[in-house]
Design a protein around this ligand. Sequence first.
Ligand SMILES: Cc1cc2nc3c(=O)[nH]c(=O)nc-3n(C[C@H](O)[C@H](O)[C@H](O)COP(=O)(O)O)c2cc1C
Length: 327
Amino acid sequence: MLAKELHRKRALGVVGSPRYAGNTEILVDEVLRGAQDAGAQTEKVILNQLNIAPCQACGRCMGTGECAQRDDMPALLEQMKQSQIWVLGTPVYWSGPTAQFKAFLDRWYSARQVDFEKPRVVLVMPMGEPNVAYADCTVQTVKTALAYLKVELFSVVPVPDVWDLSEVRERPDALEAAYRAGREATEIDLSQARADAGEEAVLLSSEPDSPEEATLWLDDLAKMTCPRLVVTGAPIPLLQDEVLIGRVKPEVTPVPDVDLVPHGGDRMGVSRHHARMLRGSGGWVLEDLESTNGTFLNGEQVPPGQQVRVRTGDLIRFGTLTLIFYE
Ligand SMILES: Cc1cc2nc3c(=O)[nH]c(=O)nc-3n(C[C@H](O)[C@H](O)[C@H](O)COP(=O)(O)O)c2cc1C
């Protein structure tokens, strides 16, 4: 094999939907396409075509590190071990992942001792409901299982409001977010991006005037890795140690540092001064500012005036607008 081939990153797509060419598979393909365009080798498995039995909780893996069941899971774990990017896709079924995907996650129980190479994990989740908050539970399930493997989520692409077979093909915004997630997972050099954070502060000083401009402006910042909130793939930088979040209106002061109007804040119940986020010695915290429709962290309401700790991958909901926090 050529040395160049050996050094290429490998991206593994895992499709958890039973529907062939369904929304999950289309989105996983888009993430893989982004990864491939950024230089990765890609491969894809469809869980519904594999034989992965549910965990029997026999405890054998606790002693031996190996599962007692002889099916397709050991080979899939080996593929995961060889891959630096995991693209995990499941539709939301009754607020959680599909049975196929859950069986796959449960079998990670036997992989605690496997030394995965800190893969970057992109989670894609199409769902029928228009409110992305219904995906909270799926994200938590995946995060919990990943934590068991000592692996973190890199990015999440939730795609609400898609029910029908292949409907996501009509959603260029979602396809673009998935493609970009694949590129980012493959090409972002975290240490370099952190070193560049000072330059991003300069970008922030020329804030946009209109929603259209804001979207472009956010796209320009898509590769950032500083603390940020992400809405369907578009990152919003958190560059100060205290950030006021709400909706910018000419007559309202102080002006929020993060304006959620370009992300549907008006129709999704975001208050003008909705919440604030602060970076303390123990990390980032979130505080609701007595907003009309509330602030929620991973599905639980944050009592107004109380500061709660937020961590990478947490889902923060302002009214019905959900964002993902990255530190
Ligand atoms: C059994 C079942 C349960 C579902 N439960 C939910 C749900 O709780 N919330 C939701 O938003 N969508 C739900 N959906 C809709 C799917 O998430 C949606 O159709 C998705 O686009 C399917 O992705 P696919 O085309 O990859 O299969 C459900 C669909 C099925 C078949």
